[in-house]
Design a protein around this ligand. Structure first.
Ligand SMILES: Nc1nc2c(c(=O)[nH]1)N[C@H]1C(S)=C(S)[C@@H](COP(=O)(O)OP(=O)(O)OC[C@H]3O[C@@H](n4cnc5c(=O)[nH]c(N)nc54)[C@H](O)[C@@H]3O)O[C@H]1N2
Ligand SMILES: Nc1nc2c(c(=O)[nH]1)N[C@H]1C(S)=C(S)[C@@H](COP(=O)(O)OP(=O)(O)OC[C@H]3O[C@@H](n4cnc5c(=O)[nH]c(N)nc54)[C@H](O)[C@@H]3O)O[C@H]1N2
Ligand SMILES: [Mo]
Length: 677
């Protein structure tokens, strides 16, 4: 499958069908129009039927990234002091030789664990991560990275309770009579779900939204529950208590299909509606109505999102929410049950072909502790940071500490990137990466159950190269493996997929999902736990969580820093991807009552601060956010605020109760007019 002719010639069309592998549940089919070797239009296709021929505004603009002035076009090495942004162009050979030489030097002197590979959500496909990169770093014996910045707590809960059983997919929303959107905002973070929700509503479904902000869907909902961030656990436990105490729990289902119901019931027993409502800062009548609506409706569907995981209680909260359909007996009907990540639904792990390479026992670094690791870790200290598929200076907690680490003159930083990001500025060596329009990949959806082939629609721009090739070349320089072409890696990974899936994927560009892409929980799919039951009280998690399973940890607010700062997904970027295209400064959203108490008016320049840092930006008065909570988008670049600090400068690097996740929404802050101290 070597690329001998240009993609255009070999396909003979100016519109090429491919798929978007960016970090979003929808995994859209995209049709890309190419003229004279240049992308001129990106639109939706329908191989993955949820795409329905339209795509989000972000990816429609992707050519602006592809050809933008921030695009990295050739390898380069730092010239002058760290962070001054001046680089000298070098050849790929020079850059890779220098990296390989440094890796060996560091290993010989301090051990390979002094090298930390750092990657996350760039392109989410099966080819760009956990393939040749993992072979290289495992083979060399570097430190390992715990990739916990997202979905770690929800994933741990889903794994422990259900073994990541497939969830209700978009197609079946229309069958639900009640839809609960819990800590998720599909109008921004997965837009193709929205029409399915609308169809369900037309067919008579009620909608409940649990979100501290009155999002567009919350404003249309039958019930909007607007809790203080981080209080979903008491709310969910109060629903459980209501079900158990009112005789509404499905005892037959619990006996046949679950374990641990008694312990869950015991932990929920202390959370009366009144107590939970007081803790969450909501009206007890709203919570009572929620409990009654949920108990009464069938099919009832809970869409559990990621907004609720990003705090100290995130893991237990997700578990308590995912346990609701089991206790209330909502499974076994089309449109009933839960909907979470479907990334495991095809039984394909991310590291499709890595499964037979043993996980080494080298040091494991939690990515949320990057700042700490770079400035404090000693045994050995981190001497090389190899960043790819990630923009940590923009996306990791405790930004000021990350920055302090990146500024270390004795840290050798490689940044392998598509564009000149905030992190890129602190590199010693820059490597230019292809985008999904220039490389192969295999895109796996986590909303719909889907697997699609991503194929290059244009030749790599400048000297950009795909991950698969660059990591295998480095491996060959270090005597770990042989250099191979990207297409060889693709074929090798495809050959590790289940045979039927692989054949269809390579032949047609996509794999047909099982059960028509719409499995019914407890009819078509069952828990993948060891005893095939729902584990409502996972003992191992109970032992590891600081307050035990379903144990609530109180709000971290103090008198000085009373406001909860959240940073939800915005329509403009995917995490920080495309952040370079943001032209105007980002704005802090604040309830008018909170603004009044601080003497602030709309558009005032403010400082948002706590002990970790300060963000300077304009404030917008917005009644759609609950009092006591302020909001700023996730994924901002440093240029998007007045002082080059973003939300993450205010985010502690504390960890969630389960799985070491990030506590982005545990930032507690004060806000004042800029200039007034
Ligand atoms: N446009 C766009 N799409 C994206 C992304 C993006 O950055 N931009 N990111 C992608 C990625 S990486 C992910 S993980 C997903 C995330 O997608 P979502 O699950 O939608 O996650 P968030 O945007 O973090 O938060 C969702 C909602 O939770 C609310 N929220 C915040 N704190 C709490 C809380 O404590 N409890 C409750 N109940 N609600 C809370 C927020 O106000 C927000 O409206 O989206 C993916 N899709
Ligand atoms: N304050 C706050 N911060 C957050 C969150 C929050 O809720 N609040 N949410 C978090 C979440 S949910 C997530 S998932 C993380 C994501 O954080 P990151 O993993 O940093 O994701 P991105 O910001 O999208 O950056 C990915 C980078 O990878 C590059 N890239 C893409 N494809 C390739 C490739 O094929 N090869 C190479 N070498 N590079 C590539 C892109 O150009 C991009 O700059 O951010 C987290 N950060
Ligand atoms: Mo994420």
């Amino acid at each position: 499958m070597a690329r001998t002719t240009s993609p255009e010639e070999s396909w003979g069309h100016s519109t090429v069908r491919t798929a978007c592998p960016l970090d979003c549940p929808d995994s859209c089919t995209v049709d890309v129009t190419v003229e004279k070797g240049r992308v001129i239009k990106i639109d939706g296709g329908d191989t993955n039927p949820v795409t329905r021929d339209y795509i989000c505004a972000k990816v429609r603009r992707f050519a602006e990234r592809l050809y933008g002035e921030d695009r990295l076009l050739y390898p380069a090495i730092r010239k002058g002091p760290k962070g001054n942004g001046v680089f000298t162009r070098v050849s790929w050979d020079e850059a890779l030789d220098q990296i390989a030489r440094r890796m060996v030097e560091i290993r010989d002197k301090e051990g390979a664990e002094a090298i930390l590979p750092f990657c996350y959500g760039g392109s989410n496909g099966l080819l760009t991560q956990d393939t040749n990169d993992a072979a290289l770093f495992r083979g060399f014996g570097t430190s390992r990275l715990a990739r916990t910045v997202c979905a770690a707590p929800t994933g741990a809960a889903n794994q422990a309770l259900y073994g990541k059983m497939a969830g209700v997919t978009y197609f079946d929303y229309v069958h639900a009579k009640l839809i609960v959107l819990w800590g998720v905002n599909p109008a921004a973070s997965g837009i193709h779900l929205v029409p399915y929700i609308k169809e369900a509503r037309k067919a008579g479904a009620q909608l409940v939204v649990v979100d501290p902000r009155a999002t567009s869907l919350a404003r249309q909902a039958d019930l909007h529950v607007a809790p203080r961030p981080g209080t979903d656990l008491p709310i969910a436990l109060a629903l459980h208590r209501h079900l158990f105490e009112s005789g509404l729990a499905d005892e037959a289902f619990l006996a046949q299909h679950t374990r641990g119901a008694e312990q869950l019931r015991a932990r929920a027993s202390e959370w009366t509606i009144d107590r939970a409502a007081a803790e969450a800062g909501i009206d007890a009548r709203v919570l009572t109505r929620f409990a009654e609506m949920y108990a009464a409706a069938s099919p009832a569907l809970v869409r559990c999102g990621w907004g609720l995981e990003r705090n100290r209680n995130g893991g237990s909260a997700a578990a308590a929410i995912l346990a609701l359909p089991a206790v209330a007996g909502k499974f076994g009907v089309r449109g009933g049950g839960f909907s979470m990540s479907n990334s495991a639904a095809l039984g394909i792990k991310a590291a499709a072909w890595m499964n037979d390479m043993p996980e080494p026992g080298t040091r494991l670094v939690n990515m949320n502790h990057l700042g700490r690791a770079l400035t404090e870790y000693n045994d050995p200290p981190i001497r090389m940071l190899f960043v790819y598929n990630c923009n940590p200076l923009a996306t990791m907690p405790d930004q000021n500490r990350v920055l302090e680490g990146l500024k270390r003159e004795d840290l050798f930083t490689v940044v392998y990137e598509q564009v000149f990001t905030d992190t890129t500025r602190y590199a010693d060596v820059l490597l230019p990466a292809t985008t999904f329009l220039e490389n192969y990949d295999i895109a796996k959806g986590y909303g719909p159950i889907s697997l699609q082939l991503v194929r290059p629609v244009i030749e790599p721009y400048g000297e950009a190269r795909p991950n698969a090739e660059v990591f295998s070349e480095l491996s060959s320089r270090l005597g770990i493996g042989e250099a191979e072409e990207e297409t060889d890696t693709l074929l090798r990974i495809a050959s590790r997929l289940p045979a039927a899936i692989s054949a269809e994927l390579m032949e047609t560009g996509s794999a047909t999902p099982p059960f028509g892409g719409a499995p019914v929980q407890f009819v078509d799919v069952f828990p993948l736990t060891p005893d095939r039951r729902v584990d409502l009280f996972p003992e191992a998690l109970d032992r590891s969580a600081p307050a035990g399973m379903y144990g609530y940890q109180p709000d971290p607010a103090t008198e000085r820093y009373p406001l909860a700062l959240i940073s939800p997904a915005s329509e403009k970027t995917i995490s920080s991807t495309l952040g370079e295209l943001r032209a105007r400064p980002a704005v802090l959203q604040m309830n008018p009552a909170d603004a009044k108490a601080r003497g602030l008016s709309n558009d005032d320049p403010v400082r948002v601060f706590n002990e970790l840092g300060e963000v300077q930006c304009p404030v917008a008065l917005n009644p759609e956010i609950r009092p006591g909570t302020v909001s700023m988008p996730k994924g901002l670049w440093r240029k998007s605020t007045y002082n080059g600090s973003t939300t993450n400068a205010l985010v502690p690097d504390s960890l969630t109760d389960l799985a070491g996740g990030a506590c982005f929404n545990d930032a507690r802050v004060e806000v004042a007019l800029l200039g007034r101290h």
